[in-house]
Design a protein around this ligand. Structure first.
Ligand SMILES: Cc1cc2nc3c(=O)[nH]c(=O)nc-3n(C[C@H](O)[C@H](O)[C@H](O)COP(=O)(O)O)c2cc1C
Length: 413
């Protein structure tokens, strides 16, 4: 009996090793870091640079990752649960794991853009967040993944915002995300990628040297008979021409910032599940709650906004202390592995959202690359839960972590 089970375990291990070797020989990647390296090799420099983004010195960009490294875990040695449950629910949407797709504009990364991301998210049972600066129409994305939350900015007049929300409702979006943490910081000490103003022949010619160095990326586009565009099809009413990214950005820049009363109005107009993204302080978490939000995302826009803002994982515990029992809390920024997700959950998040991780997967291998990233995260969550001896994500708490002194900034409240 003992021999048989050891033999079958050995055979299983050999099969896993072979599958793993086959996968490695093919397009499968074992970590988000490998996906990032592949994305860097494949994408034109300016496109890769736009995904890295960041602001000013990049202190926040770096801190979003460094903060996770500072947190340790406290594994057990025996008595681990044979099965682990990581299913959860955010804003009424059931999810197979506590990971959601954070909205990003992914022009030029891959010809299938957000459609590939939405299909991958649907295949893996996770929610898709779609940016109002995305490259694919909302209706097609909701078709690909009915569990889609549409993201808007406070941009334009109220009628145009109502128009965008009506369009999202008609398409069947399951929730609205309003992103507030943007202050139009545009400089980076390492220089910003050059985003073309248009795709006219002369502009395309100027980018030829950079693009010629990335033939696989170029071929992917040529096969579809199109070139990367900079249209944002979700900013105007259905049937109207797509505005250029810079025109839409200009409208947003020219709009006076929202007050909390404006956000309450927006929430009222939407009338469904509503997330405020970009919260970094407990007092603002309370205001989002007062404005009627269903959920908040503790976020600093992936380190692309005000430099010097602390990593979301550092401020999460204080926000959870203040509003955790009254509103759903997710966080985004710096998630690169399953153990990062577990750490966020242990500090009180219900789920996380990912940005660059899936963009790198998309660049590396389209829909399969995004599925690969989600699988890497799922396996990482599972092994961390196994190591910590948890049969459900509900059992996670701060006691599972080693939290160094001074990890979080001094409490505000
Ligand atoms: C290239 C890029 C574009 C983004 N575009 C948007 C956007 O259109 N709307 C939005 O709410 N957030 C946007 N974000 C922020 C992400 O939704 C998310 O907050 C951030 O990427 C999380 O950090 P991570 O990349 O470390 O996971 C963008 C981020 C990146 C990197």
């Amino acid at each position: 009996m003992w021999h048989r089970s050891v033999e079958s375990a050995a055979a299983e291990a050999r099969r896993t090793a072979n599958t793993y070797a086959d996968a490695v020989a093919n397009a499968w990647f074992e970590s988000v870091a490998v996906a990032q390296r592949r994305a860097k090799r494949k994408l034109p420099k300016s496109v890769y640079g736009a995904l890295i983004a960041g602001a000013e010195r990049g202190v926040t960009l770096d801190d979003n990752l460094a903060a996770f490294d500072e947190l340790g875990v406290r594994p057990i040695t025996a008595g681990q649960p044979p099965e682990r449950d990581m299913a959860t629910e955010v804003m009424g949407q059931p999810m197979s794991m506590p990971v959601m797709i954070s909205p990003t504009g992914v022009q030029a990364v891959h010809p299938d853009g957000e459609l590939a991301v939405a299909r991958a998210a649907a295949a893996r049972g996770v929610v898709m967040g779609l940016s109002s600066f995305a490259s694919k129409p909302l209706e097609a994305v909701v078709d690909a993944n009915p569990q889609t939350f549409f993201q808007i900015y406070w941009a334009g007049d109220r009628d145009s915002m109502v128009m965008r929300m009506d369009r999202a409702k008609a398409a069947g979006a399951g929730g609205l995300i309003v992103t507030l943490d943007w202050s139009f910081v545009h400089s980076r000490d390492w220089g910003s990628p050059k985003i073309p103003q248009d795709m006219k022949p002369l502009t395309v010619l100027k980018h030829v040297p950079e693009v010629a160095m990335r033939p696989v990326w170029l071929l992917e586009w040529l096969r579809t008979g199109q070139l990367p565009g900079l249209g944002v099809p979700n900013f105007n009413a259905l049937g109207e021409p797509d505005p250029h990214f810079f025109d839409a950005y200009g409208v947003w820049m020219g709009t006076p910032p929202a007050t909390w009363a404006d956000i309450a109005w927006l929430r009222e107009q939407w009338g469904g599940p509503f997330m405020v993204k970009g919260i970094g302080r407990p007092d603002e978490a309370r205001r989002a709650l007062d404005a009627g939000a269903t959920a908040i995302s503790v976020s600093n826009h992936g380190g692309n906004n005000l430099d010097g803002a602390p990593a979301p994982i550092r401020v999460l515990p204080e926000i959870v202390d203040v509003v955790g029992d009254q509103i759903e809390i997710v966080m985004d920024g710096g998630i690169r592995r399953g153990s990062d997700v577990v750490k966020a959950l242990a500090l009180g998040a219900k789920a996380v959202m990912i940005g660059r991780a899936y963009l790198w997967g998309l660049a590396a291998n389209g829909q399969a690359g995004v599925e690969n990233v989600l699988d890497v995260l799922r396996m990482g969550i599972d092994s961390t839960m196994l190591g910590l001896g948890k049969s459900s994500i509900k059992e996670l708490g701060p006691g599972d972590l080693v939290i160094p002194d001074g990890f979080s900034p001094p409490a505000m409240a």
